[in-house]
Design a protein around this ligand. Structure first.
Ligand code: NAD
Length: 336
């Protein structure tokens, strides 16, 4: 009997990067592996249809790098997938580039890579929080320009300050553990308290507004979806303490960027640490011009160790699914 076909929709030039051996040994043992070669979305659509080379695939490995060739996995693309497709296994914890509702309507199950991303992304969040609180970016620019400490004002200490985490999931918890080591006091807001209780000291607050009033550093760690898009705007900044700090490693589009810029310009926020932007890779020039914020180019999982972990988790999901054992990390919307 022939093996089911799976498509690796990753970077068309490199495919899977760190786990080629596992791709061959684990996935190759249970499936015929096809690489994405389409150079445009319309070419991809042709290859999915009729007698096209992807017309019989059962599972798809998807990485955001495939966007440059075939675009988002939006409703239009998902509706063009052949009936044979049963699984989309996404490499990433955030899966806002996939229209999950459209996939569900077609009976396609979607998985992602929670946990594998937690440590690396939380390290970025902790770095941004410390850099923002201590104003290290401004200091680095000074030293690089031969100005030493000229114009630098003493910053704040993280110790004894309140860290407010909005979205205490995998990354939020790993961030809390890291910043507790800096003697920060952790509060968090989720739609309901975590159960069982976390194994580190933290306090649940029952409204986001209350968290914003209490926190010195607010960290966004919730997913981007229809409910959270643009949900952090002027009203939320106004509720924050004067001179507080915002850290965003979640998704840029959760925040109203003009309101963020206004809060930084007015001094409502002393500083910010930002890894994600609404229109990546474009960054608002007003943010670039500010010297009181630390900006990173979506570096959350940019380590070879974590990227390998993520790739292997996607392969494990695909192998399990095409072997009839189901997905290991199906997205929460579909698990409900
Ligand atoms: N910067 C990066 O490179 C990077 C890397 C990985 C993930 N991320 C982003 O981080 C997000 C969080 O990842 P995670 O793995 O921790 O996810 P997770 O699902 O483990 O945690 C998210 C938490 O947010 C909570 N939540 C959901 N909607 C909420 C709302 N409206 N208000 C309050 N809480 C809400 C959930 O209950 C959950 O506890 C991802 O969705 C992704 O967009 C960014």
């Amino acid at each position: 009997m022939s093996k089911p076909q799976v498509l690796i929709a990753a970077n068309p030039k490199t495919g899977i990067v760190w786990s080629k051996d596992e791709q061959a040994s684990k996935l190759g043992a249970v499936a015929e592996v096809l690489e994405l070669t389409s150079s445009s979305r319309s070419e991809f659509f042709d290859e999915l249809a009729g007698s096209g080379k992807y017309a019989n695939v059962v599972g798809i490995y998807r990485h955001n790098d495939s966007v440059s060739a075939v675009g988002l996995f939006d409703k239009e693309l998902i509706d063009k997938l052949p009936k044979s497709v049963k699984y989309i296994c996404h490499n990433g914890a955030g899966y806002d580039q996939i229209d999950v509702a459209a996939a569900s309507a077609r009976g396609i199950e979607v998985s992602h890579t929670p946990q594998a991303v937690d440590a690396a992304t939380a390290t970025v969040g902790a770095f941004l929080a410390i850099s923002a609180v201590r104003q290290f970016y401004r200091a680095e620019v000074n030293v690089r320009n031969g100005k030493w400490k000229a114009g630098l004002k003493p910053a704040r200490d993280p110790e004894e300050k309140v860290l407010g985490i909005i979205g205490m999931g995998g990354i939020g918890s790993a961030l809390a553990r890291r910043l507790i080591a800096f003697d920060m006091k952790v509060i968090y807001y989720n739609r309901k308290p975590i159960s069982p209780e976390p194994d580190f000291p933290c306090t649940y607050v029952s409204s986001q507004d209350e968290l914003l009033k209490q926190a010195d550093v607010v960290s966004l760690n919730l997913p981007l979806n229809d409910k959270t898009k643009g949900s952090f705007g002027k009203k939320q900044f106004d509720l924050m303490k004067d001179g507080s700090v915002l850290v965003n490693t979640a998704r840029g589009a959760v925040v109203d960027e003009e309101a963020l810029i206004e809060a930084l310009e007015s001094g409502k926020l002393a500083s910010a640490g930002i890894d994600v932007y609404p229109d990546e890779p474009n960054v608002n020039p007003k943010l670039i011009a500010m010297d009181n914020i630390t900006l990173l180019p979506h570096m959350g999982t940019e380590t070879r160790d974590t990227q390998k972990k993520m790739e292997i988790l996607v392969l494990d999901n695909l192998v399990s699914a095409v072997s009839g054992k189901g997905l290991l990390n199906q997205v929460p919307e579909q698990k409900k």
